[in-house]
Ligand binder design. Structure first.
Ligand SMILES: *[C@@H]1O[C@H](CO)[C@@H](O)[C@H](O)[C@H]1NC(C)=O
Ligand SMILES: *[C@@H]1O[C@H](CO)[C@@H](O)[C@H](O)[C@H]1NC(C)=O
Ligand SMILES: *[C@@H]1O[C@H](CO)[C@@H](O)[C@H](O)[C@H]1NC(C)=O
Ligand SMILES: *[C@@H]1O[C@H](CO)[C@@H](O)[C@H](O)[C@H]1NC(C)=O
Ligand SMILES: *[C@@H]1O[C@H](CO)[C@@H](O)[C@H](O)[C@H]1NC(C)=O
Ligand SMILES: *[C@@H]1O[C@H](CO)[C@@H](O)[C@H](O)[C@H]1NC(C)=O
Ligand SMILES: *[C@@H]1O[C@H](CO)[C@@H](O)[C@H](O)[C@H]1NC(C)=O
Ligand SMILES: *[C@@H]1O[C@H](CO)[C@@H](O)[C@H](O)[C@H]1NC(C)=O
Ligand SMILES: *[C@@H]1O[C@H](CO)[C@@H](O)[C@H](O)[C@H]1NC(C)=O
Ligand SMILES: *[C@@H]1O[C@H](CO)[C@@H](O)[C@H](O)[C@H]1NC(C)=O
Length: 884
């Protein structure tokens, strides 16, 4: 267990606290972590208690499988087992990403209406990539819910920093289809940085490189860590550079290794294994295994029975062969580090360490390349290569949800791609104006405001300067600004001079670019503020795109804030106050996705209901299975009970021959039915049949239970009988003594007599029925029920306690506190103990109060009052002293 108790504490015990799920969704593996009140913070275990699960989903006939089960199906059902789906997220159907997928997977790829990829089952059912990923998210959600016992809604998911908006959209769509809610997406290198900072401080700023060699690609992230001192002890994580290579990930290494195996097979057996999907799928799994062996050994042998054409395949692969096959990749392994440094404007001298994460950092040639590039002394293996990202993501998610008190770590990420906007200028000769609005390296969570001098509606286009990644479209968004003419006319009518359109563009924390706000704005003549307004907004408003203002990034700032209220630069404050509200008119925006659109709301709804249908079917199958298994094992248990071999069992003792006969007949009938009809029966039939048998068994169980519980019930009755009698004796004596001393009594004679009568009745009933019950045989129904015995004892108890708890009359000088402590019966003391323990949470919260009041109520002699848990009207001790 990797617990971080210091890092995390709950803010409060509010039961409305929601859990935060983190998913590190990789090409090969899914890791998850759940942050939930009262649950130790750790990686979520799958149903086999493993800390990671294979990112696969598959079908065998109509049964759906996840994880290793799904992955392993590939060797028998190569077109019904889907893995490495991450490679397809958001990818256009004709992109290199899809082509690469076709090279490694035996699955059939189909084209969706949105021009993205879907995968086709052997029965023709097609699933969009988002749907397949959503199934896996939903599966993880379910695991998390059964591990915490509560509903899980909010999720943070890791993505590679090189994921473009298309890919990020695909992740968010999958999250929504799965029934989860996106708290954030976090770049995986950044998540590792959060994990790294959790247990460290950086009094002097340090730069580290997170080198992450995953299945889908290698990336390097340069991170600057610094911890404040004194009043601001937060640790700041700034991502200052990224580099990546999509052609060298673990998946490509697996593919190269599989090529070696294929060639070996073809050479040896004179056939082309590439024509056999099952064989290819088997070798895919084998390639991963062999790669693992070659990480620690220089040679690996491979044996696969009946690989294809009933041929048992045997071969040996050496690490040297493997590395030769990857010769062209070697220069690329460490290149992301150089690229990341370059984008950060730093050199290796500025780097404290290179932190290795990701499964492929175990591959010797990758390690060697990194060592050669940065020097062995810079390599750090001090984070868990598999789990650092998911744990970091969970911690970041927890801090975003603001429901958990976590170590104060502020994260500032950056974008990996240049984003530019373009629009048609209409001034004299129409021309397209292009502006680099968020260059690569822009801080996430930042906003820019563009000012346009326009009188009509217009469109702002968003492009990646270079297609990102290769093969993806450049254009990802077109935002129309509407209602311009009317708004400008209104402003002019209101007296505004030179009204303009201001559009606020946002690069969100999760890396999405959008137009968060658009307004028409005009300066309205107002003597008191006119000068100031002119000074602030008037400058440079003559060109088409007049102004580009960078606002300071404010994490999670409201994206709908209008331009007048979101600027809070201190020097702008006087103007801000003076701005009359009427001089901005909010404009409508329309969003068009010209290339690869995210799923529409309707598409997501349809996908969600498709998934829900499967969930319901699976739940029904599971219920039936459970009912059938339960019924079957119940039958066997009954058969055991009836077995003549088992002579002296409670079941035999408490049952009559005729009852056993009836059960036996029903049992035979049930066995016959189960074997005859069991496979086609409905859930309700299993339950009904079981119920029929249980009805016969129930009286027998009842007798047995009564026999078991009788001694205790009798004990209880006698105990109250005894306590009451004791009380009456003592109270009687005390009353006599008090009468002699001329003191008032707590009770009247009548009250004591009434209690005595109740006692007598109870005793009489007990004597009569206990005698009768003694004559009842074990296999006969009892004549008195223990529930009645308890109820009658309760009547006596209530009558007794009413008198027993009586307070001393006002005028008396007797101390009452003693009565609270002297307990007449074991049960009363057990009660108060139970109360104390159940309310212990309360006790601790009020303890502060208690201590102050007890100090105050200290007697003149300095004797503190005794604090009794329920604190019921303690007689104040000072009074007694005063009177004495
Ligand atoms: C890291 O960032 C801080 C500001 O947060 C800066 O002062 C410092 O120079 C940076 N450190 C390095 C080594 O670049
Ligand atoms: C924090 O550290 C900086 C540099 O080490 C120092 O100049 C500053 O006075 C310190 N501030 C506090 C509040 O200790
Ligand atoms: C990076 O290292 C170089 C060479 O040691 C040094 O001149 C430069 O100031 C460093 N930059 C930062 C930001 O620390
Ligand atoms: C904005 O859109 C809404 C709904 O389509 C419409 O009713 C409204 O008139 C539009 N406003 C402007 C300023 O165009
Ligand atoms: C413009 O003014 C007219 C008349 O006052 C009003 O009905 C309309 O809603 C205004 N349009 C906008 C976009 O403010
Ligand atoms: C503006 O900034 C000041 C100082 O940073 C802060 O106290 C204030 O709450 C901010 N106001 C708004 C509306 O954000
Ligand atoms: C009856 O109660 C007493 C006192 O609590 C206990 O010692 C005894 O074992 C009990 N007997 C039965 C049969 O429960
Ligand atoms: C009730 O208690 C008295 C005195 O302790 C005892 O003599 C009597 O047998 C008890 N009765 C029953 C029914 O237990
Ligand atoms: C009877 O008096 C004694 C002595 O004052 C006291 O301890 C005891 O609790 C009294 N009994 C009852 C039943 O009140
Ligand atoms: C003791 O009292 C509690 C609460 O009145 C009751 O639930 C419980 O059954 C009693 N226990 C016995 C042994 O009589």
């Amino acid at each position: 267990m990797r617990l971080l108790p210091l890092a995390l504490a709950l803010l409060s015990l509010d039961s409305a606290l929601a859990a935060v799920l983190a998913i590190d969704y990789g090409s090969d593996w899914i890791k998850a972590s759940i942050m939930s009140p009262g649950v130790p913070f750790d990686v979520l275990l799958n149903k086999d208690s493993k800390r990671k699960m294979q990112a696969s989903v598959g079908w065998k006939q109509s049964t759906r499988y996840f994880g290793t089960d799904a992955f392993n199906l590939a060797s028998r059902f190569p077109t019904d087992s889907f893995s490495s789906i991450k490679l397809l997220q958001g990818a256009p159907f004709d992109s290199p990403a899809v082509a690469q997928y076709a090279r490694i997977s035996s699955a059939e790829i189909a084209q969706t209406a949105r021009d993205t990829a879907a995968l086709r089952q052997s029965d023709g059912t097609e699933w969009a990539v988002e749907e397949l990923v959503a199934m896996q998210f939903a599966y993880v959600k379910q695991l998390a819910e059964s591990s915490t016992g509560e509903k899980v809604t909010d999720v943070i998911v890791t993505v590679p920093p090189f994921f473009s908006q298309f890919q990020r959209d695909a992740v968010v769509d999958a999250i929504e289809i799965s029934g989860l809610r996106t708290l954030a997406l976090i770049n995986d290198g950044t998540a590792v940085a959060v994990n790294y900072a959790m247990t460290r401080t950086f009094p002097t700023p340090e730069n580290h490189i997170i080198f992450d060699a995953g299945a889908s690609g290698i990336r390097a992230t340069v991170v600057n860590f610094s911890t404040g001192n004194g009043t601001n002890p937060a640790t700041q994580i700034n991502v200052v550079g990224v580099g990546y290579d999509l052609s060298t990930g673990g998946t490509e290494l697996d593919r190269r290794l599989r090529e070696i195996l294929i060639e070996a097979f073809n050479a040896k057996h004179g056939k082309d294994l590439r024509t056999d999907k099952r064989g290819l799928a088997k070798l895919w799994k084998e390639a991963g295994r062999v790669k693992g062996i070659l990480s620690a050994n220089v040679e690996a042998s491979s044996t696969i029975e009946s690989l294809a054409w009933d041929i048992d395949f045997r071969t040996k692969v050496s690490r040297a062969d493997f590395e030769t096959a990857c010769e062209d990749l070697k220069p690329k392994f460490a290149q992301p580090i150089q690229d990341a440094l370059k984008s950060a404007g730093l050199t290796l001298d500025n780097i404290t360490s290179v932190i290795l994460t990701g499964g492929s950092t175990r591959t010797p040639m990758i390690q060697a390349a990194v060592k050669a590039a940065v020097g062995e002394e810079k390599i750090a293996l001090n984070v868990n290569a598999d789990e650092a990202a998911v744990l970091g993501a969970a911690l970041h998610g927890a801090s975003l949800s603001r429901q958990f008190k976590t170590k104060n770590i502020k994260v500032q990420d950056m974008s990996a791609y240049d984003v530019q906007v373009s629009y048609l200028a209409t001034a004299s000769t129409p021309r397209t104006i292009t502006t680099l609005i968020f260059p690569a390296g822009s801080k996430t969570g930042s906003k820019k405001t563009l000012t346009f001098k326009r009188k009509e509606d217009f469109v702002i286009n968003f492009d990646y300067k270079d297609p990102a990644p290769a093969g993806f479209p450049a254009r990802f968004l077109e935002v129309g600004i509407e209602g311009v003419a009317e708004a400008i006319a209104n402003l002019t009518e209101m007296g505004a001079t030179d009204p303009v359109v201001k559009a606020t563009l946002t690069l969100s924390e999760s890396g999405f670019v959008s137009v968060s706000n658009a307004v028409a704005f005009g300066e309205i003549k107002d003597e008191s503020i006119a000068g100031k307004l002119k000074g602030f907004f008037g400058a440079g408003s003559s060109s088409e795109a007049v102004e580009e203002t960078s606002e300071d990034s404010r994490p999670r700032a409201s994206t709908s804030a209008s331009s007048t209220s979101s600027a809070n630069a201190s020097e702008a404050t006087p103007e801000k106050k003076a701005l009359p509200k009427e001089n901005t008119i909010t404009l409508n925006t329309t969003v068009v996705f010209p290339t690869i659109p995210p799923m529409t709301v309707d598409e997501k709804k349809a996908a969600r209901s498709r998934l829900r249908t499967i969930d319901l079917e699976e739940a029904a199958v599971a219920r039936k299975e459970e009912a059938r298994n339960g019924f079957e094992s119940y039958l066997y248990r009954m058969r055991d009970l009836l077995d003549p071999e088992n002579a002296d069992t409670p079941f035999k003792q408490c049952s009559q021959e005729s009852e056993r006969q009836a059960i036996s007949e029903k049992l035979d009938e049930s066995f016959a039915w189960l074997y005859d009809r069991g496979d086609v029966a409905e859930t309700s039939q299993f339950l009904d049949k079981r119920n029929a048998l249980e009805t016969l068994e129930r009286p027998i169980i009842h007798r047995y239970k009564e026999i078991e519980e009788f001694p205790q019930a009798l004990n209880n009755s006698q105990m109250w009988n005894w306590s009451t009698r004791l009380f009456l004796n003592e109270a009687g004596e005390n009353m006599t003594a008090e009468a002699e001393a001329g003191l008032p009594s707590k009770w009247t004679q009548d009250e004591l007599e009434a209690l005595h009568k109740t006692l007598k009745e109870h005793e009489a009933w007990l004597n009569e029925w206990v005698e009768k019950q003694k004559a009842v045989k074990a296999n006969e129904d009892p004549v008195i029920e223990t529930t009645e015995m308890k109820a009658r004892a309760k009547v006596l108890e209530t009558a007794l306690m009413k008198l027993y708890k009586r307070k001393v009359p006002k005028t008396t000088k007797k101390k009452t506190s003693a009565t609270e402590e002297a307990t007449p019966s074991p049960n009363a003391s057990a009660n108060s103990e139970a109360e104390t323990s159940t309310t212990s949470a309360e006790t601790s919260t009020t303890s502060a109060e208690t201590s102050t009041t007890s100090a105050e109520s200290t007697t003149p002699t300095g004797e503190p009052t005794v604090v009794i848990p329920d604190g019921e009207q303690q007689a104040p001790i000072p009074t007694i002293h005063d009177e004495l």
